[in-house]
Design a protein around this ligand. Structure first.
Ligand code: GLU
Length: 277
């Protein structure tokens, strides 16, 4: 038993859950069980342009079918925008954010799911008069976290480390993510900010998620340092690959849990196949 072990599964309702999600959810659930800890479910629905209520309903249904039980109430990020706004405001006051006027298509990394390697864009604030002209013209912009300003504030990143199970203490390299986008006009917070704020608010002690999110831990460690939040332990699990050898994605309809269920597969069979029999 690990006293005070709290972990979470945090899906985004942008599609139906597939075997990869099931593996992740079961890994987190089993992690909590083995530690005698708590298992939370969090709905990461900040991007209202992509999230749909029917996908959220399906998440509950599919996870219950798989045999998972979670604490109520479930935290739904869209209901807590004030928390992310407050964190953003703190960062803005610290002077570590700047407005980036790159177009939406240039910012496609922000709209995309947080998986995979991060594009490491680095920029700088515009000259005040240039910025004023753009603002007056109503040009939209995103708030980016300046690595330069953050490094200056913290005296470099040398003091930032986190515990990664299986590896030990890891030196954080927030540079991997570049100047990440933390907010945009129509999506008021990014995955990175909401995830870090919520993990702290919910007292998450262990973040268990796919290795495809390994880079995110480095960026999250920096946000924790700036916002003076505790750093959880990280555990990265492997990924379920599709027939093409690539990570399963929401477009792989054949692997969705509801599709498999419709074809007569039982939850026990799926658990067994994923190594949780
Ligand atoms: N909503 C993220 C996802 O769908 C959660 C990532 C995390 O666990 O931090 O992958």
């Amino acid at each position: 038993m690990t006293a005070g072990f709290v972990t979470r599964f945090a899906p985004s309702p942008t599609g139906y859950l597939h075997k990869g999600h099931a593996f992740s959810a079961l890994s987190v659930f089993q992690g909590a069980r083995q530690a005698g800890g708590r298992f939370l479910l969090r709905i990461e629905d900040i991007d209202t342009t992509r999230c749909r209520p029917e996908y959220e309903a399906a998440i509950f249904e599919d996870l219950a079918w798989l045999g998972l039980a979670w604490e109520e109430p479930v935290r739904r990020q869209s209901e807590h925008m004030a928390d992310y706004d407050a964190a953003l405001e703190r960062l803005r006051e610290m002077g570590v954010l700047y407005r980036c006027f790159r177009t939406r298509s240039e910012l496609s990394e922000f709209a995309a799911a947080p998986h995979g390697p991060m594009p490491a864009y680095r920029g700088a604030p515009l000259q005040p008069d240039d910025e004023a002209v753009r603002l007056a013209a109503g040009q939209s912009y995103a708030w980016r976290l300046s690595l330069d300003a953050a490094a200056e504030r913290l005296g470099g990143f040398g003091g930032l480390s986190f515990f990664l199970e299986g590896e030990g203490w890891v030196q954080a390299r927030p540079e991997v993510g570049g100047d990440v986008v933390l907010a945009r006009k129509d999506v008021r917070t990014s995955y990175h900010l909401a995830s870090v704020v919520d993990d702290a608010l919910q007292g998450v002690t262990h973040v268990i998620r796919g290795v495809d999110l390994a880079e995110a831990a480095h960026v999250h460690r920096l946000l924790q340092a700036l916002l003076e939040l505790p750093t959880p332990v990280y555990r990265h699990h492997g990924l379920v690959l599709g027939p093409d050898g690539k990570r399963l994605a929401k477009r792989d309809r054949a692997a969705t849990l509801r599709e498999l269920r419709g074809r007569g597969m039982t939850a026990a069979q799926i658990r067994e196949e994923l190594g949780f029999g």
